[in-house]
Design a protein around this ligand. Structure first.
Ligand code: DQA
Length: 147
């Protein structure tokens, strides 16, 4: 099984960015936890971070023939990127949307996601466990898909 993890804008700043909300782990430390968990499941995992909308769109397009599921934290793009939303809708790859913070308990505008309607589902508010739970969800979804 091949999983792609996509981190959106500003997530490269984890560990120093709003640590009261996002915690002290750096993105490299989070990626190591994801890779360790993936290894236990014998998952081939690719991880990608970008601060650029177009690069994220192209990464989603590129997943269409060789990735079984995407775990994506679209970060701020969650709330307004129709381009990312359309990219998810354009490819036949299940996408699990994840957020470190609970986007429903913060500013009102954060409670809306333009990605959620085209994602399989959303995991929000469990800290970095949102990503780890995302791996469990991806494995369950891919197992259920017809061959
Ligand atoms: C976030 C929540 C978004 O609202 C925010 O813009 C982020 C991170 C999260 O993981 O909690 O950058 O996606």
């Amino acid at each position: 099984m091949k999983l792609l993890v996509i981190h959106g804008p500003n997530l490269n700043m984890l560990g120093e960015r709003e640590v009261g909300i996002y915690g002290k782990l750096t993105l490299a430390e989070i990626d190591k936890l994801l890779r360790d968990k993936a290894a236990g499941y014998e998952i081939d995992m690719e991880i990608f971070q970008s601060n650029h909308e177009g690069e994220l769109v192209e990464k989603i397009h590129g997943a269409k023939d060789n990735i079984d599921a995407i775990i994506m934290n679209p970060a701020a793009f969650t709330h307004y990127s129709i381009a990312l939303r359309d990219a998810v809708a354009a490819v036949d790859v299940p996408v699990i949307e994840v957020h470190i913070s609970n986007i429903f308990s913060r500013e009102e505008w954060r409670a809306s996601s333009v990605i959620a309607p085209v994602a399989v589902g959303q995991i929000s508010g469990f800290g970095i466990d949102s990503y780890l739970l995302g791996i469990d969800a991806a494995v369950a979804i891919v197992k259920r898909l017809p061959d």
